[in-house]
Design a protein around this ligand. Structure first.
Ligand code: FMN
Length: 238
């Protein structure tokens, strides 16, 4: 199986340790590709809207974003990690996610995403871990992913791994290892099923694309929906 990991920080701190613990059961069973932000996607979206209007490959950051996109599309399991920074995912993670606005369902979602599984690992000192995970979950669910497992932690004591009490570290380790072992039992040759929220969003946007086609038949988004057959009988989850 293939796993693609997007690390929201380059620091080898608590977030990194939690991710390493999670990945340990997969190490001899999966091909793991990792990206570290901001190093592997260092540019902010400039808002030029070339990706929405023309082609994502013309983005000024395409040399970075297209590598990430390829790894995301090829993976069986997506893993995103972030510490909470002022109650949200890191700026580096948000900057990377902005580049994939064109993959949101109202635009040109990748059909592969509808059958994928994803895990979000977030942690904070006291508060903000869940809202940080939600920043990532918002994008994943609008990309079409339904199976999203959130593993969020509150450190409470300290933000340095070695200074955390042993029982705190053991509790986090146990939760992460249990989740990883459960994910290892999945048959990844079978797609995850697309949930009701994903299907509901798809049908609303399908109606929107059909209506827009009357006034804007030349948009890249409309042509994409039409070419995929989604305005007819084809569905991205089949
Ligand atoms: C800029 C910054 C903002 C942070 N904001 C929060 C926060 O809003 N809530 C919180 O509980 N912890 C916050 N923290 C602590 C982090 O979530 C995290 O626990 C800490 O950075 C250790 O993780 P790391 O070693 O992976 O960097 C913040 C840390 C930094 C550096």
């Amino acid at each position: 199986m293939k796993i693609t990991v997007i690390n929201g920080t380059e620091k080898h701190g608590v977030t990194y340790r939690l991710k390493e613990i999670f990945l340990t059961p997969f190490k001899d069973k999966a091909e793991i590709t990792e990206f570290y932000l901001p190093r592997d996607c260092p540019h902010f979206c400039s808002g030029c809207i070339t990706c929405f209007g023309k082609d994502e490959k013309l983005c000024k950051a395409a040399e970075y974003t297209q590598k990430i996109e390829k790894a995301l599309l090829e993976a069986d399991l997506l893993v995103f990690t972030t510490p909470a920074y002022v109650f949200h995912a890191t700026g580096a993670m948000k900057a990377m996610l902005d580049h994939f606005g064109y993959r949101w369902m109202p635009h040109r979602p990748a059909k592969e995403m509808f059958g994928k599984r994803a895990v979000i690992i977030s942690q904070c000192l006291g508060a903000g871990g869940k809202s940080s995970a939600k920043d990532i979950k918002d994008s994943l669910s609008w990309w079409g992913v339904s199976y999203i497992k959130v593993l969020s932690f509150r450190l409470m004591n300290d933000i340095l791994w070695d200074k955390l009490p042993a029982n705190k570290r053991a509790g986090m380790e146990s939760k992460l290892t249990r989740a990883a072992n459960r994910l290892l039992t999945i048959d990844y040759s079978k797609k995850a099923s697309a949930g009701l929220p994903a299907r509901f969003k798809f049908y609303i946007i399908r109606a929107m694309q059909r209506s827009l086609s009357k006034t804007h038949p030349d948009t890249a988004d409309y042509k994409y929906w039409e070419n995929n057959g989604w305005l007819g009988k084809v569905r991205p989850w089949n």
